[in-house]
Design a protein around this ligand. Structure first.
Ligand code: ZN
Length: 326
């Protein structure tokens, strides 16, 4: 019997370490409402801060359609770095309250400690806006540095200033910075698009490209690279809508999928596409095969996540970042 309990405890500990809980809870109350909040209180470069709010009006306060306006803010010494409106989730389940979600990116560009603040500003039924601060801790993150020599063909891609390449870059940025508040497709943890954990590069890597003529250019890497053979399965990390599926000069055959307002997953250098623009996909659905198209020094899958335009470490989304099951 003792052994059994020991085994159960061991299994529980393994489960805990595989899915570390990372949410904080907070509660705010006035005579008109109660707000229960869950959020990840770590502010770390290349991560996001997600906040889930349950707003329960007092008995005498009527829930009006679109009666709650709320915004999540990331500040640095009072200056707004990022703002993101809250959107409603599970509207059918909550007839008398609002369940809201929002996330802001914490840039991978700055890895030094910053006096970050996370604030929620909200207004109920057109009343004067109220606000509260969510306490956070800064958790440093050290990104890798790497030098990447490019042959003539890859140098030509990287230094291509053709109108075609510039138009492709503009089109993709327009997608990354667009937000559709109806696009709530999945609020449970995402999964990796590949079974491989053979990383050949990570999101946030500080890269120096060395061109064929010896000149150098520095940049950041915006996704995780997995060294897998051409033709390996690539699966959608979550349910969503395909918003781009085409061949691009820099990234080869490419797919972009929208999962939540302002949140996109990105798959590059594919050898084959299995979906078309406009398709709805399920989590884990086969969307294409990996390859080495575009600027690649060998076969690999590049998996990237973008929130409100900023690249976020993809592994952030493997956790319960919407606090659905906690
Ligand atoms: Zn890559």
């Amino acid at each position: 019997m003792k052994l059994k309990i020991g085994k159960i405890i061991a299994a529980f500990l393994v489960l805990l370490s595989a899915f570390p809980l990372f949410s904080e809870s907070a509660s705010f109350q006035s005579e008109n409402y109660t707000i229960n909040v869950k959020y990840n209180n770590e502010v770390s470069p290349g991560h996001a801060v997600f906040v889930r709010m349950n707003v329960i009006p007092a008995k005498n306060v009527k829930k009006q359609a679109n009666g709650l306006k709320a915004e999540l803010q990331l500040l640095n010494l009072g200056k707004k770095l990022e703002t993101s409106p809250f959107y409603q989730i599970n509207p059918k389940k909550n007839r008398n309250s609002w369940e809201m979600l929002s996330g802001v990116p914490v840039t991978i560009w700055n890895d030094t400690e910053q006096p970050y603040q996370v604030k929620v500003v909200f207004s109920l039924n057109g009343e004067k806006p109220q606000e509260f601060i969510l306490p956070t801790v800064f958790k440093p993150y050290t990104f890798e540095k790497e030098d990447i020599p490019l042959n003539q063909a890859n140098t030509d891609i990287r230094t291509d200033t053709s109108a075609e390449r510039m138009a492709q870059i503009e089109k993709l940025n327009n997608i990354f910075f667009s937000t559709s508040y109806q696009a709530v497709y999945q609020t449970k943890p995402f999964t990796s698009p590949t079974d491989s954990t053979r990383y050949t590069a990570r999101c946030g890597d500080r890269r120096t490209f060395i061109y064929a003529n010896g000149k150098k250019s520095t940049t950041l890497h915006f996704g995780n690279d997995y060294g897998i053979p051409t033709g390996s399965d690539v699966k959608s990390c979550a349910e969503g809508k395909v918003v781009l599926a085409e061949n691009r000069i820099t990234t080869g055959w490419s797919i972009v999928i929208e999962h939540l307002p302002g949140l996109y997953s990105v798959y590059y250098h594919l050898s084959e596409l299995g979906v078309n623009e406009g398709d709805m996909v399920k989590q884990g659905q086969l969307i294409g095969k990996s390859g080495a198209t575009g600027l690649a020094t060998g076969p690999h899958l590049h998996w990237e996540m973008r929130l409100n335009g900023s690249a976020i470490l993809p592994e952030f989304f493997l956790r319960d970042f919407t606090f659905e099951t906690e």
